[in-house]
Design a protein around this ligand. Structure first.
Ligand code: PLP
Length: 449
């Protein structure tokens, strides 16, 4: 594809990119107007968990739009909104959870940050305003979520404009930031939270935010089993609220409805997005333990966050229909079972390839990290843009992946994610992995020669 200044009047996300024009999508396949087909092995941005083109979802949305498409969420409720919240409460193991519906993952995290601050104030802890984040995490594109996020490439240009927050190192055992090895390390990365709390003063800290399973920046890095219980314990000891960002890893993606269910802890506030509506509606959710919402109520307050499109009736219909579809087809079970098979195939096929440093993941959320040298784990020079080379070569063969960079030190460390819809078949999984291996050989071997 030859980049040229785009025709027409769309202000595209990437001005240096030539966009295939997709006219239809079904299952895990996208179909372009020139007849080309793309295997959507990343469900877009790890979004489409139920597959494309599910008629039942489109019907539910159309029916809701016919009945009532929109009311202002501050003035009215709708039966569909209440039904969706009840259905979510039945499967989300957050005690007596309350669900706040917004449109993007960034906004859900923004709302979570504000709620944490408001809860601390309702407790008379007016100084608690700091939200600690982790390096190489991504929580969104707004200025507040960039402040708590740890993706240097996303933050750097806006640093003078944001109220920066402290960050701790992530639990990346493949490249331990402390040069240690699990379990001998005693979870230095988790205990860094306590050191940071002490350094900034617990009386100033409102919350800690992190992804239970890391998203694109660290490509499906799964922490050791005792990481999250240790973090939970530290937060409890210092009166700090724990926000789990499950915008990418939630909604069944990891083989459990919530990713935190793998790790024996319960957050105070949970955010979800992407897969909750499977891409058919821009729907995200901020959920909180019922006791927190009641605290707000008893303090005579509401959450100071809301938008024109929050609590949207068609959004709720989409979310509810997706949830029912997931349940009727046991797609959470499918993510667990097919994810294990996908992991097997990825390990068998990629582990020994030159240039592949690590293959990791859980459920249907997998990451591959590329290295120039396997023994030393030296990343490629970022100027080579290896992740995008792999992405481009894969796309040219009709395979869609999700690339990222910065897994090593925030700047270098190329990764790609494989996160297909849970309706993927065994044959399709084999095709995805075979194509990926061919693409890696084709793009990375010449760089190592
Ligand atoms: C973990 C995580 N949090 C938040 C976001 C932001 O979501 P959105 O792009 O819908 O604003 C993303 C998006 O990739 C994400 O992966």
């Amino acid at each position: 594809m030859s980049p040229r200044y785009p025709d027409g009047h769309v202000f595209y996300r990437k001005l240096w990119h030539d966009y295939p024009r997709i006219v239809r999508a079904e299952g895990i396949t996208l179909i372009a107007d020139d007849g080309r087909r793309y295997l959507d092995a990343a469900g877009g941005a790890i979004v489409v968990n139920i597959g494309h083109g599910v008629k039942a979802i489109a019907d539910a949305m159309a029916e809701q739009a016919r009945q009532v498409a929109y009311v202002h969420g501050e003035k009215f409720t709708t039966p569909v909104l209440e039904a969706y919240a009840d259905a979510l409460a039945a499967i989300t193991p957050l005690p007596d959870a309350r669900f706040y519906f917004v449109t993007t993952g960034s906004e859900a995290n923004e709302a979570a940050i504000k709620l944490a601050r408001q809860i601390q104030m309702a407790r008379g802890q007016n100084n608690r305003h700091i939200v600690i984040g982790r390096w190489n995490s991504y929580h969104g594109t707004t200025l507040a979520t960039l402040a708590v996020g740890g993706r240097k490439s996303a933050r750097s240009r806006f640093l003078p404009m944001i109220h920066d927050m402290p960050h701790i190192e992530p639990p990346t055992c493949y490249r331990c930031p402390f040069g240690q090895q699990y379990p001998a390390c005693g979870l230095t990365c988790a205990h860094e939270l306590e050191r940071t709390i002490t350094a900034y003063g617990p009386e100033n800290i409102a919350a800690f935010i992190a992804e239970p399973v890391s998203g694109a920046a660290l490509a499906a890095t799964v922490p050791p089993p005792d990481y999250w219980p240790t973090i939970r314990d530290i937060c409890d000891r210092y009166g700090i609220l724990l926000i789990a960002d499950e915008v990418m890893c939630g909604a069944g993606r990891t083989g459990r409805w919530c990713a935190f269910e793998h790790f024996d802890f319960t957050p105070d506030i949970l955010t979800m997005g992407k897969g909750v509506a499977g891409g058919v509606f821009p729907l995200s959710i901020m959920a909180a333990r019922g006791t927190l919402v009641e605290e707000l109520y008893r303090a005579g307050q509401d959450i100071a966050h809301g938008g024109t499109f929050s609590h949207h009736a068609v959004g709720a219909a989409a979310g509810l229909a997706v949830l029912r579809y997931i349940q009727e087809n046991d797609l959470v079970g499918a993510a667990a079972q097919k994810g294990e098979r996908l992991g097997q195939l990825l390990h068998q096929t990629l582990d020994e390839l030159p240039g592949v440093g690590d293959v990791r993941g859980i459920g249907l959320m997998w990451g591959v990290e590329f290295v120039q040298d396997k023994a030393s784990k030296t990343p490629f020079d970022p100027a080579l843009d290896v992740a995008h080379r792999v992405f481009n070569a894969a796309r040219d063969r009709g395979l869609m992946l999700y690339p990222g960079r910065g897994a090593a030190d925030g700047t270098s460390g190329d990764v790609i994610m494989v996160g297909p819809p849970a309706v993927i078949t065994e044959d399709e999984m084999q095709t995805v992995v075979t194509l990926l291996a061919e693409v890696i050989r084709e793009t990375i071997l010449p760089l190592l020669a």
